[in-house]
Write a protein that binds this ligand. Structure first.
Ligand SMILES: NC(=O)c1ccc[n+]([C@@H]2O[C@H](COP(=O)([O-])OP(=O)(O)OC[C@H]3O[C@@H](n4cnc5c(N)ncnc54)[C@H](O)[C@@H]3O)[C@@H](O)[C@H]2O)c1
Ligand SMILES: O=C(O)C(=O)CC1(C(=O)O)C=CC(O)C=C1
Length: 295
């Protein structure tokens, strides 16, 4: 049971956690803070938070659990702004999409309290953002990854794990580097590709004509290009090495496909496409598999 939950960044991720925990009766009071006054008011109006704080200090005062869900580039300033106002026993966790940069910021800013910081990442989301995008079932049957480091207090990790389990999520632990490598492949790279493709088409003079004939394939591939630009800028800059290494591999693969098309090398294309189909079909074949709802 959480007595006072502070949500810093009451958007899709922070708002959905608040709604899920409220729905389970797991929290007495939710206090929210977002930099934008509009977001704070919306979160209040939508019943996501019980109280809107006017400052980071006010938001975390007396909170036993603090969830930081701002774009990754804003994490450092949030940690700096809350460090001196946290209760001694407060547990701090976050929802940032890449972990090394967030852990470094928390270590630098939280001092003694760093041991009560449990880095986390809900592998769930949508292309929408802001308080109005939040919904209580977002985390149900989704994975949450916690990346505690050597300094992290195990009791704090257990409490954060229990909190996420209440939302209906499955909680996993992995190390920071592994998390950032894996998520670069399945989340960060696909977003970069989608932004690039849709951005490229948007530049064309005949963009309207081209998009008029877009159907399911384009809609599926391009949905994530509707995601928030600030959030994705911060993820790309914050997980630079893993994303650059994948982009290099991707360039090589595309060059080989380009060569095969130029040379009418159908065997090569069959080989690449059928290996990809097999990998995807087997990954998502089990109807009970977590995350299949999104396929
Ligand atoms: N959107 C997704 O699918 C998704 C999934 C998993 C994790 N995440 C991560 O969760 C975090 C939040 O993403 P979101 O989708 O909820 O974003 P969002 O835009 O919906 O919400 C972010 C909120 O943070 C506030 N904010 C921005 N800068 C701030 C600052 N300096 N101080 C205080 N508040 C500030 C904004 O006003 C907004 O209310 C990001 O770190 C993102 O990488 C997102
Ligand atoms: O479903 C989506 O729209 C998402 O982008 C969610 C998604 C992803 O799957 O890549 C995006 C960012 C995250 O940090 C976690 C999940």
């Amino acid at each position: 049971m959480i007595n006072r939950l502070a949500i810093i960044g009451v958007g899709l991720i922070g708002g959905s956690l608040a709604l899920a925990l409220k729905g389970k009766g797991a929290v007495n009071e939710v206090v929210g803070y977002s930099r934008s006054e509009d977001a704070r008011q919306q979160a209040l109006d939508l019943g996501i938070i019980d109280k809107a704080a006017d400052s980071l200090a006010e938001a975390v005062s007396g909170a036993d659990l603090v969830f930081v869900a701002v774009p990754m580039g804003a994490m450092n300033s949030v940690f700096e702004g809350i460090a001196d106002y946290l209760s001694p026993e407060a547990i701090i966790t976050d929802g940032g999409s890449a972990k090394a940069q967030v852990v470094a910021a928390a270590k630098q800013c939280l001092g003694e309290k760093f041991k009560q910081f449990v880095p986390g990442h809900p592998i769930a989301g949508t292309e929408k953002s802001g308080p109005s995008a939040a919904f209580p079932t977002l985390y149900e049957k989704h994975r949450i990854v916690l990346t505690p480091v050597s300094e992290t207090d195990s009791a704090a990790t257990a409490k954060v794990k229990a909190m996420w389990q209440l939302t209906g999520a499955d909680v996993f632990e992995m190390n920071v580097e592994h998390h950032d490598t894996v998520l670069a492949a399945t989340s960060h790279l696909p977003h970069v590709l989608a932004f690039n493709l849709v951005g490229m088409l948007a530049e064309r003079n005949d963009c309207d004509e081209v998009l008029r004939y877009a159907a399911g394939g384009f809609r599926d591939f391009s949905r994530i290009a509707s995601s928030d630009a600030v959030m994705w800028r911060d993820i790309c800059l914050g997980n630079q090495d893993a994303i650059l290494s994948l982009l290099e591999q991707y360039h090589q693969g595309i060059k080989q496909i380009e060569e095969a098309i130029r040379n009418q090398d159908g065997d090569y294309l069959i080989d690449v496409f059928s290996r990809a189909k097999k990998a995807r079909d087997s990954r998502f074949a089990d109807p009970n598999l977590i995350d299949n709802s999104e396929v």
